[in-house]
Design a binder for this molecule. Structure first.
Ligand SMILES: [Zn+2]
Length: 537
């Protein structure tokens, strides 16, 4: 008893400490005008200086500039610097959680995302990214897992989530050989009625219906290095997604991620960074043009966190910064024709052509002996991390870290009517704002989608057990008096006495607890009542 009391006191103190360290802003209780559609574009890991640099590089204002209206606090449940999963959970569902968690609370309870709530309301939904589709940011809108690294679970949930448009990379993770459960998810998406496309030409032919586009085995190429015949741009994918989703008279929710802005910042590669931000801004322009014409669409742009500590000016400019012309910063970047990622493919296997390739494609013609050595010794897949800082040095672009950073990010909102979200907001406020403007009830959606399964079925007097003949793909079985309902985990499939039905939500499972949509409970209850009535008659 005494130990229990100590534990309660300790938890209380931790909570108090957390509240004191991260005072939350008042929850957004304002009313905003309701619209039909929301397009939420996330420039992953975009710090403000990167945006400024991209604007200078292009030489004219960005599409997102006119929407700037506030700041977003980005901290996670445990610290001031977040990862993409915890940040994404806040943006997608309105809750702080632990790093690595995918739209589950710190205690492991799943919560509905705005995408799921929009789907329940009859809206069409979509994801557009340039990373692999089970990566953290697309995952938080469409899956629930205790680890962002659990691609097997996340991808299967995404396939069975019932979204309308999914465009990005990652077909390597869908193949039976790559999956513990041995399932072929490419065949699964086709069986679920998706048009499965793999290049821009096929994508452009799709005019309506459900489409699943996988344009690379893992991530797409950096935009700067992209072959437009093989891979669509983020803007092209965004335009196609809007074209398809906007056919639903009830409206849509679309999330678009500039996924590799983050990767460029991790690598401290400035030309990769500006080219990804500009490609992202093209997608923002597509969304904004649609919203201005459509007049019933809110467009939101907000990064999940900063990254790299990028700055215009570095240690070397401490004494002469005000004398340096714009060209000192931009011309070295303009000479690069590929990112550090693209450059790696141009190096000979023995790296004998370093001087020539770096001069030709990356614009650096004065490599030192040490730099040549470092490039020769760069680990596969990491050249960007080696040449990025070399280009940065010549362009006086500063960096402080290869990791995320804890500063606020810029909030950008376009609203066709009335008041919009502005000021210094918390990342959780954005999900709440999306819920408000789409007229969704996120709390109710969570209650509808995540019912503790054992409790609900046992309350009906049913037996609940696991069929784990395939341990990588267990099936929850519920039975009573000849009525049997099978619920394969990570899918929306319900087999009622062998007949397949697709539910409005997923069966999810976290080692000790299983959650099913209320629809599964209702389905079983109705079937059992019907069977009992026919027996009585
Ligand atoms: Zn991120």
């Amino acid at each position: 008893m005494k130990r229990y009391a100590t534990r309660v006191l300790a938890s209380f103190l931790v909570l108090l400490l957390l509240c004191a360290s991260f005072p939350l802003l008042p929850a957004y209780s304002k009313d905003y005008p309701v619209v039909k559609n929301v397009i939420f574009l996330i420039p992953d890991g975009m710090s403000l200086a990167g945006t400024t640099l991209a604007r200078w590089y292009r030489g004219s204002s960005l599409a997102m500039d006119e929407m700037a209206c506030g700041l977003v606090r980005t901290h996670s449940a445990v610290g001031p610097i977040t990862d993409s999963a915890a940040a994404g959970t806040a943006l997608a569902a309105g809750f702080k959680t632990n790093p690595g968690y995918v739209t589950v609370l710190p205690d492991g309870t799943p919560v509905a995302s705005v995408l799921e709530a929009a789907k329940l309301a009859g809206k069409s939904t979509g994801l557009v990214v340039t990373c692999e589709i089970p990566h953290a940011t697309p995952a938080v809108f469409s899956a629930h897992a205790l680890s962002r690294k659990d691609y097997d679970t996340i991808l299967k949930q995404q396939v069975y989530q019932g979204m309308d448009v999914v465009l990005g990379g990652g077909h390597a993770f869908m193949k039976p050989g790559a999956r513990k459960d041995g399932e072929d998810l490419v065949e699964a998406v086709k069986a679920l009625g998706y048009e499965y496309v793999t290049d821009p030409e096929e994508l452009h032919k799709v005019e309506a219906g459900k489409v699943w586009g996988m344009f690379a085995p893992k991530a797409l190429k950096p935009d700067f290095d992209r072959d437009p015949v093989r891979e669509p741009s983020l803007a092209e994918m965004t335009a196609k997604a809007i074209e398809i989703l906007s056919k639903n008279p009830k409206g849509f929710f679309l999330m678009v991620e500039g996924s590799q802005i983050d990767w460029a910042a991790h690598a401290n590669d400035p030309v990769y960074l500006v080219s990804e931000i500009l490609a992202f801004d093209e997608a923002v322009k597509v969304a904004l043009d649609f919203a201005k014409k459509n007049k019933d669409t809110v467009v939101i742009v907000a990064a999940d966190h900063g990254n790299g500590g990028v700055s215009i000016g570095d240690r070397a400019t401490s004494g002469n910064y005000s004398k340096l012309p714009l060209s000192s910063f931009i011309e070295p970047l303009k000479r690069a024709k590929l990112t550090g990622v693209g450059l790696e493919e141009k190096l000979a296997p023995d790296r004998s052509n370093v001087i020539e390739a770096v001069s030709r494609y990356y614009g650096i013609a004065d490599l030192s002996e040490e730099e040549i050595k470092a490039i020769k010794e760069a680990k596969p897949g990491k050249l960007s991390y080696v040449v990025g800082p070399m280009l940065s040095k010549r362009a006086h672009i500063g960096w402080t870290t290869n990791g995320h950073t804890g500063e606020d990010v810029v909030l950008y909102v376009y609203s066709p009517k009335g008041e919009k979200l502005t000021g210094v907001v918390d990342n959780t406020d954005i999900a709440k704002y999306i819920g408000k403007v789409l007229g969704l009830d996120l709390r109710k959606a969570t209650q509808e989608l995540f019912v503790p399964a054992r409790m609900a079925f046992e309350a009906l007097g049913a037996q609940v057990y696991w069929d784990d003949r395939n341990p990588a793909s267990p099936v929850l079985v519920v039975s009573k008096e000849g009525v049997e309902l099978s619920l394969p985990v990570n899918t929306n499939v319900a087999k009622l006495n062998g007949k397949t039905i697709h539910l409005n939500g997923l069966t999810v499972y976290y080692g000790t607890k299983t959650y099913v949509p209320q629809a599964a409970v209702d389905l079983f209850k109705a079937a059992w009542e019907k069977a009992r009535a026919s027996k009585a008659a």
